[in-house]
Each structure stands twice: as C-alpha cells, then as structure tokens.
Design a protein around this ligand. Sequence first.
Ligand code: HEC
Length: 104
Amino acid sequence: MLKVFQLISIFVIFFVSKSLANDIEAGDKRFHKNCHNCHGKAGMGVASYPKVSGLDVSYIVDRLNRYRSGEKIGSNSGLMIAMARKLSDEEIRVLAAYLSSVNN
Ligand code: HEC
C-alpha cells in the first residue's frame, strides 16, 4: 500500500514541477517580447527602470493587476499602466512565475 502512495507522490511531484517549468518558459518568452526593453535582460533593471526579477509571485501578480486596472503606484506608473493594460491573466501568471524564478 505504501508503495502505491509513494508512486502517486512521485507522479504528482513530477507533473507539478513540469507545469511550473512550462510556466517559467512561457513567462521568459513573454518577458523578452517587450518587457526587457525597459527592465533589462531577465528583469535585472536598467537605470531608473526597476529590477523586477527575484520578487514574490504574489507581489508581481498584485502589481501587474493594479497597473492593469490603471492604478498609480510610483511616479512613473503611466508607463507600466500602458504596458499592463494589454496583459491577460494567463500572461500575468506566467510572467510572475518566470520573474520570481530568476536570481540575478
Ligand atoms: C516603457 C518601459 C516599461 C516597459 C516596456 C515595462 N515596464 Fe514594468 N515598469 C516600468 C516602470 C517605469 C515601473 C515603475 C512604475 C512606477 O513608478 O509605479 C515599472 C514597474 C514594474 C513592476 C513593479 C516593480 C516593483 O518593484 O514594484 C513590475 C512587476 C513590472 N514593471 C513588470 C513589467 C512587465 C512584466 C513588463 C512587460 C509586460 C513590463 N514591466 C514592461 C517601465 C516599463
């Protein structure tokens, strides 16, 4: 019986980590479409554009949702509001998975 549970756990872990890897890959692609123009390669930040990598998933999702709804957060929110307007829930989800996974 124990073996069956062990086997099930191995499958669950395998599929969960595989889908996370897919999200990270999709987020990487999406990020390097245009976000990197301001936030730099892998979100490491450029001049006055903030570093967006290595943050918590929940923090990134929250920020992107707030910008998407038109909320001003910092003095340069106008730029991000224009960017976030076009994002779907799915894009926000994978972007957050990717950015939080980057350690730079
Ligand atoms: C035109 C330049 C520009 C582009 C392109 C851009 N951003 Fe931003 N981003 C900014 C600026 C400027 C801020 C700070 C805004 C403020 O003052 O509130 C910001 C803030 C953020 C933050 C919040 C950072 C924090 O520490 O709170 C996240 C997350 C973010 N951007 C992600 C993205 C993603 C994902 C994309 C691609 C869909 C993107 N940005 C595209 C300029 C840009």
